[in-house]
Design a protein around this ligand. Structure first.
Ligand SMILES: *Cc1c(COP(=O)(O)O)cnc(C)c1O
Length: 460
């Protein structure tokens, strides 16, 4: 194998052979890709020797920080002991048993059964089939429809991308598949107008239930939602929203799926986002933080209500992935959960580092070009606007978010842009000094972006 060394060599070869996810490869190849080479704690290094604070935990996943030796060692040991064996045909192995038990301890009390997958997308496709199968077993085969939300993100496979609410994804490949309806998102800043957040939360919850009733609750299998929308721009719903939606679903005998791929494993200051929102889901989608991204893994939490029916009435669930419960992924997940527990990271996010970052982050809203700055646990966003009072948006062509994202990377901080919303979700292990570094860089990015906007006459 040829070893590529220089940045230029890597860029040229990447441009020639690597089709990137969620990327315009032509544009990327023209500008030259950035090469990330090492990671330790909350910092990354690129091939040019730049040190970058990873404000996005990789892709919302490296909850315990980069390069933790305990996880690396656990994976290596497991690969030596048992590299792979399947869990399909009357067999199991110690790490998948241990992980299943561990998950039953850290998840909400109704979850005692777990089905393993390779990703969040696969988990949602699994739930799509499981929920319909459940209603078949319940002699209600007409309950097939799923409710999800515009702006929700549930993955990139056919069912999960259809559940997701991104028009850009639906346009490619003829999605969504039939039987999925999208309710409005609880985006108070964008759509709340003169309503208080609590009033707006109830309004959107009612719109969701009206959509359900117009379709007919007897035809609806389940609703899926992220406690806090992640890829949709870190939309933290008003406190009234989820309890009202969950109550309406229960009254209508509709299953509730909490997509915890980002919110799970401490991100919000609870083990799972549903606990913060006060909902009691029938299914939970897990991935990302389950292994802190050290090895790919996804998981479906199946509540007692569902599991009991599957076990009592069901036959073979004709579904599974070769790598369902891969030993190395299970070993990574166990070591990761042990770190989260022993370092009390969930409490730390709720009581210490979360509030510390939140107080500084929320103050960004004082800037004339920041419309709102929100954060729950260690997941947050701020919104650029040319006019705070009118809550107006910059023109898409102005590409303010992407410009700010580039300023951020150039100044040693990974922040992601969702339109003109800048989002962060740093590792849960971030220290106070590192938070100070993150804030200093963020303020610099805002100042640079403000100067750019004024220089180009994009603001009054
Ligand atoms: C990332 C994500 C997914 C998809 O997970 P993959 O592992 O990328 O397939 C699903 N749901 C949410 C909320 C996510 O953030």
């Amino acid at each position: 194998m040829t070893i590529l060394n220089s940045t230029r060599e890597l860029q040229i070869t990447d441009a020639a052979h690597h089709l990137h996810p969620f990327t315009n490869t032509r544009e990327l190849n023209a500008r030259g890709v950035r090469v990330i080479t090492t990671g330790k704690g909350v910092y990354l290094h690129d091939s040019e020797g730049n040190k970058i604070l990873d404000g996005m935990s990789g892709l919302w996943c490296v909850n315990v920080g980069h390069g933790r030796k305990d996880i690396v060692d656990a994976v290596a040991k497991q690969l030596e002991e048992l590299t792979f064996y399947n869990t399909f045909f009357n067999t199991t192995h110690p790490p998948v048993v241990a992980l299943s038990k561990l998950l039953s301890e850290v998840t909400p009390k109704q979850f005692n059964y777990f089905h393993f997958t390779g990703s969040g997308s696969e988990s949602n496709d699994t739930i799509f089939r499981l929920a319909r199968y459940y209603w078949q077993l319940m002699d209600k085969p007409e309950k097939t429809i799923f409710i999800s939300r515009r702006g929700g993100y549930h993955g990139s496979t056919v069912a999960s991308a259809s559940l997701g609410g991104f028009g850009s994804m639906h346009e490619q490949g003829g999605l969504p598949i039939p039987g999925i309806f999208h309710a409005p998102p609880p985006s108070w800043w964008a759509n709340g107008g003169d309503l208080t957040p609590d009033e707006f939360g109830l309004k959107v919850a009612n719109q969701t239930l009206e959509l359900i009733d117009s379709i007919g609750a007897h035809k609806i299998a389940a609703m899926i939602g992220e406690p806090i929308m992640g890829a949709g721009g870190v939309i933290i719903p008003p406190k009234t929203y989820w309890p009202a939606v969950a109550k309406g679903l229960k009254e209508r005998d509709i299953l509730f799926i909490s997509d915890e791929v980002i919110c799970g494993f401490g991100r919000t200051g609870e083990w799972f986002g549903c606990e913060l929102m006060g909902t009691e889901p029938d299914f939970m989608t897990m991935a990302k933080g389950i292994t802190s991204g050290y090895v790919p893994m996804g998981c479906v939490g199946v509540s007692d209500r569902i599991a009991n029916v599957l076990l009592e009435k069901g036959g073979e669930f004709a579904h599974g992935y070769t790598y369902s419960g891969h030993p190395a992924a299970c070993a990574a997940a166990i070591a990761n959960l042990e770190i989260i527990r022993s370092e009390k990271l969930v409490d730390r996010v709720r009581d210490d580092i979360g509030p510390y970052l939140q107080s500084k982050w929320k103050a960004l809203a004082d800037h004339p070009m920041v419309g709102e700055a929100v954060m729950e646990g260690l997941i947050g966003a701020f919104q650029f606007t040319p006019d705070k009072n009118a809550r107006s948006n910059f023109a898409d062509e102005a590409k303010i978010g992407l410009t700010a994202r580039d300023f951020s990377f150039e100044n040693g901080l990974v922040m992601r842009a969702v339109g003109d919303r800048m989002v962060i979700a740093p590792p849960l292990t971030i220290t106070h000094a590192e938070v100070d570094d993150l804030m200093e860089k963020t303020i610099k990015v805002i100042d640079l972006t403000y100067a750019h906007v004024r220089k180009n006459g994009l603001i009054g």
